[in-house]
Design a protein around this ligand. Structure first.
Ligand code: FES
Length: 146
């Protein structure tokens, strides 16, 4: 993707969103998006997944969406341009916020682990993570909250 195309795509679809990247200890960036909920739907620009470096673009594996409407953030994994997985980052054991480490979500309270589909890898949690339906169009993805 050309830089001007990226800017056009991003500029036209970032309304109501603020994206911030934070570099973790391993220097892999975690990208946060502050989103607005409209009609129980969160809109996220696909451009939020794009990382430009030396005039080449790559895609983030995931980003984290925060909104005032939910007590916990949502991690959104990009499987392909038309396939995304959105998971509430709340441990199903006792409701502690999870951490994302690549394809694994971990709970610091009692060490439950979940994969990027929300399935349990390790207990004591005995229920999968809450999964939000996701739809897409050319420029955006839409998370249905309720
Ligand atoms: S609250 Fe997450 S494992 Fe207990």
């Amino acid at each position: 993707m050309e830089r001007k195309d990226f800017l056009k795509l991003c500029g036209g679809s970032c309304l109501g969103l603020i994206g911030i990247s934070v570099f973790t200890e391993s220097c892999s960036p975690t990208h946060y998006v502050q989103a607005v909920v409209n009609n129980n739907t969160i809109q996220v620009a696909k451009a939020e997944f794009i990382v430009l470096k030396n005039d080449t673009s790559n895609f983030r594996k995931y980003l984290i969406v925060k909104t005032d409407k939910l007590d916990f953030p949502i991690v959104v994994y990009r499987n392909s341009d038309t396939s995304y997985t959105a998971l509430l980052m709340m441990c199903t054991h006792q409701g502690v916020e999870l951490s994302v480490n690549g394809d694994i979500l971990t709970c610091s309270a009692h060490n439950s682990e979940f994969n990027n589909k929300g399935e349990i890898i390790q207990g004591p949690a005995d229920q999968r993570l809450r999964l939000f339906p996701v739809t897409t169009d050319e420029k955006n993805i839409y998370l249905q909250l309720f």
